[in-house]
Design a protein around this ligand. Structure first.
Ligand SMILES: *[C@@H]1O[C@H](CO)[C@@H](O)[C@H](O)[C@H]1NC(C)=O
Ligand SMILES: *[C@@H]1O[C@H](CO)[C@@H](O)[C@H](O)[C@H]1NC(C)=O
Ligand SMILES: *[C@@H]1O[C@H](CO)[C@@H](O)[C@H](O)[C@H]1NC(C)=O
Ligand SMILES: *[C@@H]1O[C@H](CO)[C@@H](O)[C@H](O)[C@H]1NC(C)=O
Ligand SMILES: *[C@@H]1O[C@H](CO)[C@@H](O)[C@H](O)[C@H]1NC(C)=O
Ligand SMILES: *[C@@H]1O[C@H](CO)[C@@H](O)[C@H](O)[C@H]1NC(C)=O
Ligand SMILES: *[C@@H]1O[C@H](CO)[C@@H](O)[C@H](O)[C@H]1NC(C)=O
Ligand SMILES: *[C@@H]1O[C@H](CO)[C@@H](O)[C@H](O)[C@H]1NC(C)=O
Ligand SMILES: *[C@@H]1O[C@H](CO)[C@@H](O)[C@H](O)[C@H]1NC(C)=O
Ligand SMILES: *[C@@H]1O[C@H](CO)[C@@H](O)[C@H](O)[C@H]1NC(C)=O
Length: 876
């Protein structure tokens, strides 16, 4: 079933690819009118069609979440991390086949025949569209004046150098992948920068201890630069409020989907959170759902619960709470409808929240009335259908009516105002036959608005909370690096102590690892999950210490559970996890050290040639490690990221696979990011496109691609240099050499040579003939079987091992399932040819997030795949 879906999808994709006459070349800095672009044309750059001069920013038709196939946005991305800094159509995502066009009248984004988004009417015709090195997308007139620019329409992010005027706002997205507007807002007013949830203020910059007010002048704009965030007065010359930050090359300020406003800088391919507001999670209005109670972390459990007399609506206490008394229900949603207008005030009651329960609105809004008694305060609320409760202070007689749906409460032991909360509820009638209906009908009609009120916000909250948790996690880890670190580490230590999961590997003390790595001095690699450092433990064991950076949205418990699983996998071809450390906002994994580093460094470098026998050992060792993950251990583990960077070597031909199990730790949002960051597309199997049926066969495909690279000693997609050097030296047939000039998509070339039986043409020229045709044939046949488009036709890893060890006959590659390589190879060629002589820019180097590989040669060309990004989460 799934495979049919895949075939159909790839079939249509192939059609789409074939139907397009030419493939897009990424423009630099400018685009001129009468320009069209679609995602299909730029599928190999993930939709990027315009880059700024130095490639720092890109404009793309971009899908931040491969799970949702129709969620494409016209975006400005920050290069190396593909961070979305602006989107045009945030509330109306378009399909993969939508079209971008730029004419003198402006930009339009059309889906089918519907115009989804367009720039406003311009005062004069546009002569160019430009993406500046600061990330501003602008339409220019003939004298290069801006007619329209994205900086004037911020979404949820501003970048360094961007200035937004008083009155403008950032509006949070619903989640990292659904960019539509959420309930949180950051607004620049003439006196402050404020955060609002559904219109109610929950944070003011002027009240932030790390913000300095140096003037009372009216604010005219907000500005972010290398040294801080500024609210400026006058005509931008005078600083009114400032948040000083340490100098950074690039930073953004962003209002997260979880309601926190944060400033992050991008250093060494990692986002470090420098500033977060509100700092106290309990001050986020919807952190525990509607009427949930947030307890500040550090005191015991921390997190979400319910006020006394309330129960959580779900196992997960962060989704909000309802009155426990089953005869109470919340008042129906207030509307103009006469049917819901008929609510009977005689059926209303106020239920108390108990002592020490506070609400953010009380801090930022003045009392509705003062010097009144409680019953009067409550009567103000019962007469108002949009009022959902009151807070009342006995001592001062101040009365705050809450006009919105309730957000979350927080526990406050030091609330000197002594406000007591009262929530308006309806008492259900238990008298049968009232209102002419029977009891059950009555109950269901009572239940309906209740569900409507509670469930709707909570589904949104689910998304928000995932993001929020990930922010929280990131913050924990990186606040050490933050100038504004206000936490101490004791609370996270306490949390750790709660966690006891059987099978966890050795736990190391942070100080021990810090000393072992000499303060994380000797970095030996970096991958999508973080940088790797060499260290020597006190007992002289040499280890590789990985600082985890890209995991987090799941709970800590899941993290530990996963570490326990990884720690219990022992196989000679899998890198052993010796221990871990979670302390001081850091997560570190301690692995055995492999002294020859990763395969890409040896294989693609100009260093000593890896002889054929060793290549074969590498192929076999990798296959065995993978076979063990797929069928040897208790739970099947899909690696999801097989590539030379994850194959580690040691003296005596030891070969070990690393980074397995970690993809489980990613959320969907993260994994998209993660995959795209790592630029591993060349190894991704076609089924990633449908993102539906990822299986162990997905790893088999990646393995096949790696095998081909082992044979050739180069990346699979590369440009043939104009100087063939020794290329011809040992080929037994040089008639094909001419076809190899220019771009080469090696898997296609391998298929062609396989068909002609000319295997020696495929050998790494550096081997200078120290390999036989039969040897190459064996690896190439296995490789081609592994990259069959149809996953079912790919051998299992166990069978791959058997084929390599001659235990079973070599598989015969099935041409009908390899034809996709031809479309793909043609694309590669065309894309490269269009550039003409300027080969170096033939294909825009895909922003690589990792790469310890510092090759400047043509080998470092991005692996081209007809796939885009894609999710990795879940499977094992
Ligand atoms: C762009 O698309 C429009 C509408 O489909 C078409 O009229 C126009 O010719 C296209 N322009 C180019 C340069 O392909
Ligand atoms: C506009 O900018 C482009 C690119 O920098 C330049 O070539 C052109 O001369 C400029 N035009 C005017 C009128 O300044
Ligand atoms: C950043 O902007 C502020 C306010 O305009 C200014 O005082 C400061 O010098 C700027 N920093 C840099 C590095 O330009
Ligand atoms: C605004 O800027 C201009 C020059 O750009 C300066 O002459 C003027 O004094 C400034 N006004 C204020 C209120 O700072
Ligand atoms: C109710 O009516 C008022 C004015 O009559 C209007 O502003 C408001 O949007 C209406 N609300 C709903 C939910 O229809
Ligand atoms: C009013 O109520 C009717 C039915 O009860 C419903 O169909 C309609 O959408 C409601 N209108 C508003 C504005 O709430
Ligand atoms: C709801 O009730 C109030 C007071 O009873 C009345 O003023 C208002 O017009 C009613 N609204 C509708 C839509 O019936
Ligand atoms: C409101 O309650 C009173 C007394 O409890 C009852 O007589 C009346 O019918 C109720 N009205 C509605 C609209 O339910
Ligand atoms: C509360 O105040 C109102 C008017 O301010 C008054 O009519 C009422 O009697 C008071 N109730 C109590 C219980 O004091
Ligand atoms: C409320 O806080 C006060 C002051 O810290 C404390 O004495 C009291 O026990 C708290 N009450 C509850 C119900 O937690």
């Amino acid at each position: 079933m799934g495979s049919i879906v895949i075939s159909v999808a790839t079939f249509f994709l192939s059609i789409a690819i074939l139907a397009i006459p030419s493939f897009g070349k990424v423009s630099q800095e400018y685009i001129y009118p009468n320009y069209n672009a679609s995602y299909y044309q730029y599928v190999d750059t993930l939709g990027i069609f315009l880059s700024s001069v130095k490639g720092t920013f890109n404009t793309a038709i971009f899908n931040p979440n491969a799970q949702q196939s129709n969620y494409y946005y016209l975006c400005v991305l920050y290069g190396t991390s593909n961070t979305i800094i602006w989107s045009a159509n945030r509330n109306t995502p378009v399909s993969i086949s939508s079209k971008f066009s730029f004419t003198p009248q402006g930009i339009t984004l059309t889906d089918g025949s519907t115009v989804i988004w367009s720039t406003p009417r311009l005062n004069s015709p546009a002569t160019a569209m430009a993406l500046s090195e600061t990330g501003n997308l602008a339409l220019l007139d003939e004298s290069n004046n801006s007619l329209w620019q994205s900086f004037d329409y911020p979404t949820d992010t501003i970048v360094m150098g961007q200035r937004i005027p008083v009155g403008s706002s950032l509006v949070s997205a619903l989640s990292a992948s659904d960019l539509s507007q959420g309930d949180y807002q950051f607004s620049v007013t003439n006196s402050d920068g404020i955060l609002k949830w559904k219109g109610s203020i929950y944070w003011k910059m002027s009240m932030e201890p790390f913000a300095y007010s140096s003037s009372n002048a009216p604010i005219s704009s907000m500005y972010l630069n290398q040294t801080g965030l500024y609210l400026l007065g006058g005509n931008g010359s005078e600083v009114v409020i400032q948040v000083d930050l340490s100098p950074a090359v690039f930073r953004i300020a962003n209002l997260g989907a979880g309601g926190q406003f944060s400033i992050s800088r991008f250093t060494s391919n990692v986002w470090y959170t420098e500033f977060v507001a509100p700092d106290d999670n309990c001050r986020i209005p919807y952190v525990c759902g509607s009427m949930g109670l947030c307890t500040p972390s550090g005191t015991g459990q921390g997190g979400c619960s319910c006020p006394a007399g309330f129960h959580s609506i779900d196992q997960d206490s962060s989704k909000g709470c309802l009155p426990s008394d089953s005869s109470y229900s919340l008042p129906p949603v207030c509307s103009n409808n006469s049917s819901s207008n008929g609510t009977n005030s005689s059926m209303e009651l106020f239920t108390s929240l108990g002592a020490n329960v506070s609400y953010f609105e009380n801090i930022f809004s003045d009392p509705t009335v003062k010097f009144v008694n409680l019953s009067y305060c409550q009567s103000l609320c019962s007469n108002n259908c949009s009022c959902s409760g009151v807070f009342y202070a006995n001592s001062s007689g101040s009365c705050n009516t809450i006009e919105n749906q309730f957000g979350s409460f927080f526990l406050s032991q030091s609330d000197s105002n002594n406000l007591g909360g009262y929530i308006k509820v309806m008492v259900k009638s238990h008298v049968p036959g009232i209102n002419g209906g029977n009891t059950s009908a009555n109950q269901s009609s009572n239940g309906f608005p209740l569900i409507g009120l509670v469930l709707l916000p909570t589904t949104g909250f689910l998304l928000i909370s995932v993001l929020f948790l990930s922010i929280l996690w990131r913050k924990r880890k990186h606040s050490k690096h933050s100038k504004l670190d206000r936490r101490n580490s004791s609370s996270s230590l306490e949390l750790d102590d709660i966690i006891s999961i059987p099978g966890l590997p050795v736990r190391y003390d942070y100080e021990v690892l810090n000393t072992a790595t000499n303060n994380f001095e000797n970095q030996i690699g970096s991958g999508g999950f973080g940088a790797v450092f060499k260290g020597v433990l006190p007992d002289k064991t040499v280890v590789a210490v990985k600082k985890i950076i890209h995991v987090g949205a799941q709970g800590r418990k899941e993290f530990f559970a996963e570490i326990a699983v990884i720690g219990n996998i022992h196989h000679v071809n899998l890198v052993k996890l010796n221990g871990y450390c979670v302390q001081r906002q850091e997560q570190l994994l301690v692995y055995e050290y492999m002294n020859k580093g990763s395969l890409d460094r040896t294989l693609f470098s100009n260093g000593p040639v890896i002889e054929w026998q060793e290549r074969f050992e590498i192929a076999l060792g990798t296959a065995k490690g993978l076979a063990y993950l797929h069928s040897g251990c208790e739970h099947k583990i899909i690696h999801c990221d097989i590539k030379p960077e994850n194959i580690l070597l040691h003296d005596n031909s030891q070969v070990k696979l690393s980074d397995f199990g970690l993809s489980k730790l990613l959320t969907r949002e993260q994994s998209t990011h993660f995959t795209t960051m790592r630029g591993t597309r060349g190894y991704l199997a076609p089924e990633w496109l449908t993102s539906s049926s990822i299986s162990d066969k997905t790893d088999v495909y990646s393995y096949g691609m790696v095998l081909l690279e082992l044979v050739r000693g180069r990346k699979n997609s590369f440009l043939q240099t104009r100087t063939p050097s020794k290329e011809n030296g040992n080929s037994d047939d040089s008639s094909n050499e001419s076809s190899m000039m220019g771009p080469v998509y090696f898997p296609l070339f391998a298929l062609e040579m396989h068909e002609q039986g000319k295997y020696m043409n495929l050998a790494d020229p550096r081997l200078e003939g120290r390999v036989t045709s039969a040897d190459i044939e064996k690896l190439v046949c296995v490789a081609l079987c592994c990259v069959h488009e149809e996953p079912l036709l790919r051998p299992s890893m166990v069978n791959v091992v058997a084929m390599l060890e001659d235990g079973i006959p070599l598989g015969v590659p099935r041409l009908e399932s390899l034809n996709f390589l031809r479309f793909y190879g043609r694309r590669f060629t065309e894309a490269s040819m269009m550039e003409g002589s300027n080969e170096v820019n033939a294909i825009r180097p895909y922003p690589l997030g990792n790469t310890g590989l510092t090759s400047n040669s043509s080998d470092s060309y991005p692996s081209l795949s007809y796939l885009s990004s894609h999710q990795i989460s879940g499977p094992r």
